[in-house]
Write a protein that binds this ligand. Structure first.
Ligand code: DGY
Length: 320
């Protein structure tokens, strides 16, 4: 029987599916990532790896993985995996595109709305007994309906966000590595250079994949181009934003607020300066976290492993 290693405790349904064909070893913790030492040891002897975005599958890990045929990650983003090295070694890498699109777009729009209308702050305000009386300008936020949204990264999730924005009669600008004229016609969205998008948008939503080329794409200079009333939403990857620059822009009210589901370091340290600001809504990387979507993702990861280890084509391979 071929062997696979699973780097986090998974629902029984997924284990049952995989254990019909493979010998499984699993890290038994739900909320703690596998330790490096255990991963380096377990990887030596397995043909398949079911991993998480919290696992760094780098050169050191791949050098130990002498039998490995497939790395299947429970995420659409795969910046934690050394894809080139895996490819050179003939290892197939798969991810979970498509199945989390709508759920992640839902969360992105929810975060945008929560940040714009100060939902978390307002709830805390009530619970801490600060609600004295209804007051004309208390907890006033920014309008969403009819505002301009700038989407950086017009992939599947970007498109799904456009559909939500259109329901709110928003003007949509987008910036992407390659311009997409067919989408402009289909959705009535307008391409903009990054600078122009930052200057004109009321909401800047980051939905691009992380790579070293986009590290700190949004820094001091970019934030200074945004409107004072603008809101930054990041549900992509933390490394796209320079958090130090963001902290200062928010603290000095150079931009109005930020909604963040992702951070440079996850979990974000509790003494991080961003967590001291009232105009930041923070979430623990839950973009795709609906029961149905996470189960669909887990099945897709399992099916990719099954296919590759049975000599069939993977369903959703990462292409270099
Ligand atoms: C992904 O899939 O890359 C998200 O960040 C987590 O679901």
């Amino acid at each position: 029987m071929k062997k696979i290693y699973i780097t986090r405790k998974l629902p029984a349904e997924i284990i049952d599916k995989l254990s019909k064909q493979f010998k499984i070893t699993m890290w038994e913790e739900e909320n703690i990532p596998v330790s490096r030492e255990v991963l380096l040891n377990e990887i030596k002897d397995v043909e398949g790896l079911f991993c998480m975005l919290t696992d760094s599958i780098d050169k050191e890990v791949l050098d130990q993985a002498q039998k490995l045929k497939v790395i299947s990650t429970l995420a659409v983003g795969y910046n934690n995996i050394d894809i080139k090295k895996a490819k050179n070694r003939g290892i197939t890498v798969t991810n979970t595109p498509g199945v989390l699109t709508e759920t992640t777009a839902d969360l992105t729009f929810a975060l945008l709305m929560a940040t714009a209308r100060r939902v978390v702050e307002a709830s805390d305000f009530l619970r801490s007994g600060e609600w004295g009386a209804w007051s004309p300008m208390e907890l006033t936020g920014q309008d969403i309906y009819g505002a301009t949204i700038g989407i950086v990264g017009m992939g599947r999730i970007g498109e799904a966000l456009v559909r939500r924005a259109k329901g709110f009669d928003m003007k949509v600008l987008y910036h992407n590595r390659t311009r997409k004229p067919e989408k402009e016609a289909e959705f009535g969205v307008q391409y903009a250079e990054l600078k122009e998008l930052l200057q004109q948008s009321d909401y800047v939503c980051l939905l691009l994949p992380y790579s070293p080329e986009v590290h700190y794409l949004i820094g001091k200079e970019e934030l200074s181009l945004m409107k004072k009333t603008a809101i930054l939403i990041n549900t992509a990857r933390g490394g796209i934003v320079n958090e130090d620059a963001l902290y200062h822009a928010l603290k000095n009210r150079e931009i109005w607020a930020a909604g963040l589901d992702v951070f440079e370091q996850e979990p974000i340290p509790l003494d991080h300066p961003l967590l001291t600001l009232p105009n930041v809504v923070t979430l623990p990387h839950i973009g795709s976290a609906s029961v149905k979507t996470r189960m669909t993702m887990a099945h897709l990861v399992a099916d990719n492993i099954i296919n590759v280890l049975n000599g069939e084509e993977p369903i959703t391979p990462v292409k270099l």
